[in-house]
Design a protein around this ligand. Sequence first.
Ligand SMILES: O=C(O)CCC(=O)C(=O)O
Ligand SMILES: [Fe+2]
Length: 324
Amino acid sequence: MSNKRTLHDFFSPPATKKIKVDTTTNLTTSTCDAASTHETYPFPVPQPPRELLDFLSFAPASEPRTMNDQLDLDLLYFPPYIPKEAEKDLFLFLRRELFFYRVQYKIKRGAIETQINTPRYTTVFGVDESSRFASDGSLVDAQTNRSIPKDRYACRPRPLPGCLDALRQLTESCTGETFNFCLVNYYASGNDSISYHSDDERFLGPEPAIASISLGATRDFLMKHKPIPPSTIAPVAEPRPLKLPLASGDMVLMRGHTQANWLHSIPKRKGAQSDKGRINITFRKTMVRGGTENYYRYNVGDGEVFKWNEGKRAMVPWAEVEGR
Ligand SMILES: O=C(O)CCC(=O)C(=O)O
Ligand SMILES: [Fe+2]
């Protein structure tokens, strides 16, 4: 669990090579100071300032606590993971520079259709294991390296911008896991939330590892075991619910049997810090196409783009900002 390669190395071009900016595809690779662009991005995402990257490369900022003393629970908790010197600037940078969505969709149960308004801002980057992004930003088949068939995806997968890809690399080296997706949540206030769920979709494989980084306002992360049928009660203590008050810079790695057996949530919150925003970044590994479709549908959707507005101190529709 060490991180010998610095983020400086990651962003610096190799000494012998010239930075190559591909003008035909509107994509710059993340090895230089140029902003990350892609035909699917509404606007470019700049690289973080050098000092921020320097501090980030000292992650993890603490030794992790293993939490596996309960039935099916397997967590690594880093309080904190992001160094103190970087946590606030990273929060401000990501809130200011990323594009977000407020996804709405309908679910049908029997004859009843319900409108769901996702109670937080979301955005997502990445593609499942069947494909990868070539250096020109196009998608190629992971096995053959040939362009993917046009109908492989109904959605339009987006590569991780340099800032999130640097965090991904760091997190891979700190956890020994590998990730191909990055989901970002922005909770604008204590009124935004995520209800109890588990990230146990089949497209993540049998024992998915999910690294979850918190920035900004402290929010309670609640966990509870899924109901255990009475007949299968094992001769172990009944699992107790957990409450982790996740502070800015903390990371929780959920792995092993956790997703299959535990639910987690960020409930609405009143009082302390409830007027402050919080960013959550999760890194995951999606095995098949269905996962890519699912993540873009529920984290980008087809609604308008939001961007942080410093004057209004709020996410506002990007079209409004641009005067389009
Ligand atoms: O915001 C968090 O800490 C949790 C987010 C989460 O559970 C998810 O995106 O699946
Ligand atoms: Fe989750």
